[in-house]
Design a protein around this ligand. Structure first.
Ligand SMILES: [Zn+2]
Ligand SMILES: [Zn+2]
Length: 340
């Protein structure tokens, strides 16, 4: 039995397990099987995650198995394997009423605002569970980061034959790449890391990689046959990249910030205005995004096996965590086998 809490920046501690809370009407009790690790967790460990409160049980990329359900639950049944949509919404604010619970004013994200999945049991409202009879637990754990990318692509409204530049090919960038490919767009990827570019070519079917360490604008124009791309997705969360991204958008095009930078991003108004550019933020993901991602995974349209290079147990995760901060390691999606 494992309950792992981040007590303060840089210090994890295992806690005595408590017995799980039985589900009430509308809820399900689930056993946590797989936990993916991402930048949010690393920033929390470093103490760089804004507004983060300690202690906190991390874990928001979850594959779980339903072990009990409360009254009235029909969405899932005992034994179902599920991905968890970890963005608990209030259902009362304007965003929620307008069908945008992913940016709820009072959102509580598991593992961020409230305790997450680095524990054996969770009790969650069943509407946040997405089951699949076909997918492996590892694939289900990847549904969350893939849905973040799918949401960014949905925000852009990009369609078949349109053009896209994806900046940054970490897990979220790869998720966006999967989405633009599914949309039938022609796309190129911009990266600074040779390792990630090689991964894109070898495992993500990316034909055109733009080296952002060189003169990127020229390469972008070349990649799209003399034009700029209609949609640019920035998946870096890096302010320099986000500010440069304005230059790569075609006139009349769109810029989608999927990555988040916890500070100010500034831009030249003439560069923005002359393009009559649309800038979009993309936050979290919706139930529909999860459904689309799970359908795509089930159909074999997203091959995630190469994403996971390293698997941990709760114990080895604690030892390995500081090393995960080193980008040179090339660890794409660290995954924890929480329970067998
Ligand atoms: Zn994440
Ligand atoms: Zn709300």
């Amino acid at each position: 039995m494992n309950t792992l809490a981040l007590e303060e920046p840089g210090r994890f501690a295992f806690r005595e397990p408590t017995s799980p809370r039985q589900p009430v009407a509308g809820e399900a009790l689930v056993r946590v099987s797989r936990v993916g690790i991402c930048g949010t967790d690393l920033h929390a460990w470093e103490g760089k995650q804004p507004f983060f409160q300690y202690p906190r049980i991390l874990g928001h990329e979850l594959a779980v198995e339903v072990t009990a359900v409360g009254g009235g639950v029909t969405r899932v049944a005992v034994g179902d394997k599920c991905a968890v949509r970890p963005y608990l919404a209030c259902s009362e604010c304007l965003a929620c009423k307008n069908g945008k619970p992913n940016c709820c004013m009072r959102i509580r994200v598991l593992g961020v605002h409230i305790d997450g999945g680095m524990q054996d049991w969770l009790t969650v409202p069943s509407e946040y569970l997405h089951r699949s009879a076909k997918l492996s637990l590892e694939e289900l754990a990847l549904a969350e980061p893939l849905s973040i990318g799918a949401h960014g692509v949905w925000r852009s409204g990009i369609g078949s034959g349109e053009t896209a530049l994806v900046i940054g090919a970490g897990p979220i960038g790869l998720a966006v790449i999967a989405g633009v490919r599914a949309a039938g767009a022609k796309f190129a990827v911009m990266e600074v890391s040779q390792k990630r570019m090689a991964f894109c070519r070898n495992h993500a079917g990316v034909e055109t990689c733009i080296d952002a360490t060189g003169d990127a604008l020229e390469q972008v124009v070349e990649a799209f046959g003399g034009d700029l791309p209609g949609v640019v997705f920035d998946c870096t969360g890096n302010p320099k990249s986000m500010m440069s991204a304005f230059r790569y958008v075609a006139h009349g095009g769109k810029l989608v910030f999927v990555g988040l930078y916890p500070g100010d991003v500034t831009f030249s108004d003439p560069e923005f205005h002359k393009r009559e550019m649309t800038i979009l933020a993309s936050r979290n993901a919706t139930s529909a995004d999860f459904d689309r991602v799970i359908a795509a995974l089930e159909a074999g349209r997203i091959l995630t096996a190469p994403w996971i290079e390293h698997r941990y147990t709760p114990e080895t995760l604690v030892e390995a965590f500081p090393a995960l901060l080193n980008p040179e390691l090339g660890v794409l999606k660290p995954l924890v086998n929480w329970t067998a």
